[in-house]
Design a binder for this molecule. Structure first.
Ligand SMILES: Cc1cc2nc3c(=O)[nH]c(=O)nc-3n(C[C@H](O)[C@H](O)[C@H](O)COP(=O)(O)O)c2cc1C
Length: 360
């Protein structure tokens, strides 16, 4: 049985797999290009780029220039499909989106907040807009607002469930009952929500499922439920091409299930991360002193923030895992080896093919 392609507008990925954007440099050109080269969609994260320490007040210009550089680097490595991921909470998100479109990227993925005004940032209909949502209700709000204000609709949705890594679109109470919010439960109402907009705009609005998808069987299950593809991130951390330091990847390999915890982030959302000395010290101290020469997050007040998330994620990315925040998905503890992107994708697609044959 053949593996379905993933179509978003006029872009066709030869496999139904998106590598999720991972902020503060975990997914840059190296990882994204490797995934795109294997036929998937590779995502560069726009979050926390540039020489933040030295950038200071010049942060906005510096981070935008660094993003342009990553896009150009990735383009030199592949002709495959590249996306850029944005966080609504970023203070300079509009500048970053504009720079991305100027660099020729045609897939804009937007999470951590509802992108109500995204079409006004990207008027070109040739650039595909892909919001990340955690419920059908959030998708409905976006679809209704975009249809009314911009006569435009989403080109795809990423549906992120509660087992994902990084920031999560669920309340701490909801996260205590992940069984109530499984992708199997969240997906059907989202598919129903997009249907009238598919008819109105006469186009497909594919839904891509994310969060806790670990192997080819999981991918097959999502496709059977009606997803057009899946987005995976945690498994891509333990690849040679992942842009984070070796120590970051080894922290995953050494993790047990009990090490995976939910934290409260200065972004204003819960996040999933690995328990470590950084989190223990923070717990004991209650709060770190935060000096902020720039303001990368709109909602973050340096005087009130418990810690600087940009600095903590940057430490982890660089390999200082005892002083860094290591974001991860709920399945990080299941990974035991570092492999190449090629090997990982070949394994996933073999498993997917088998699962589709067993249960067509
Ligand atoms: C280390 C890490 C960093 C992440 N950073 C971001 C981010 O900056 N923006 C975003 O939209 N999603 C982020 N995510 C979420 C992923 O893109 C993805 O949707 C999710 O983790 C999928 O679940 P999985 O990790 O179980 O495969 C991050 C995930 C991880 C593991």
């Amino acid at each position: 049985m053949s593996i379905p392609t993933l179509r978003i507008g006029d872009l066709t990925a030869t496999i139904p797999l998106v590598q999720g954007g991972m902020g503060v440099r975990v997914s840059l050109a190296s990882l994204a290009a490797a995934v795109a080269e294997e036929g998937g969609i590779g995502t560069i994260s726009s979050v926390g780029l540039g020489d933040l320490e030295r950038g200071g007040r010049d942060y906005e210009r510096v981070s935008q220039a660094a993003l342009r550089e990553e896009i150009r680097k990735a383009r030199k490595m592949t002709d495959g499909i590249l996306a850029v991921n944005f966080m609504g909470a970023l203070s300079n998100v509009e500048d970053l989106v504009r720079a991305t479109v100027e660099e020729g990227i045609r897939l804009v993925v937007f999470g951590a907040g509802l992108p109500m005004r995204l079409p006004s940032m990207v008027p070109d209909p040739g650039v595909h807009l892909v919001p990340i949502v955690s419920s059908a209700r959030a998708a409905e709000l976006i679809l209704r607002a975009w249809a009314k204000r911009y006569q435009r609709t989403a080109d795809a949705f990423i549906l992120e469930g509660p087992l994902a890594g990084g920031h999560l679109g669920f309340s701490p109470t909801e996260l205590q009952q992940p069984e109530d919010y499984t992708l199997d439960k969240l997906l059907p109402p989202l598919l129903d929500t997009v249907k009238p907009y598919e008819e109105k705009f006469e186009k497909r609005i594919p839904v891509i499922a994310a969060g806790g998808i670990y192997d080819g069987r999981d991918i097959a299950r999502m496709l059977k439920l009606g997803a057009a593809g899946v987005q995976m991130a945690t498994r891509f951390v333990c690849t040679w091409e992942c842009d984070a330091a070796r120590e970051f990847k080894e922290a995953y390999l050494n993790a047990t299930e009990e090490d995976i915890v939910i934290i409260k982030s200065p972004v204003g959302l819960p996040g999933r991360a690995l328990q470590n000395r950084f989190l223990q010290n923070l717990e004991a101290a209650g709060k770190q002193t935060v000096h902020c020469p720039y303001r990368c997050l709109t909602a973050c007040k340096a005087s009130e923030a418990r810690f600087c998330i940009a600095k903590a994620l940057l430490n982890a990315y660089r390999g200082d895992v005892e002083h860094g925040l290591i974001f991860c998905g709920q399945n990080a503890h299941r990974i035991h080896t570092i492999v190449s992107v090629k090997e990982l994708i070949a394994e996933l697609m073999d498993e997917l093919r088998t699962a589709l044959e067993e249960n067509p």
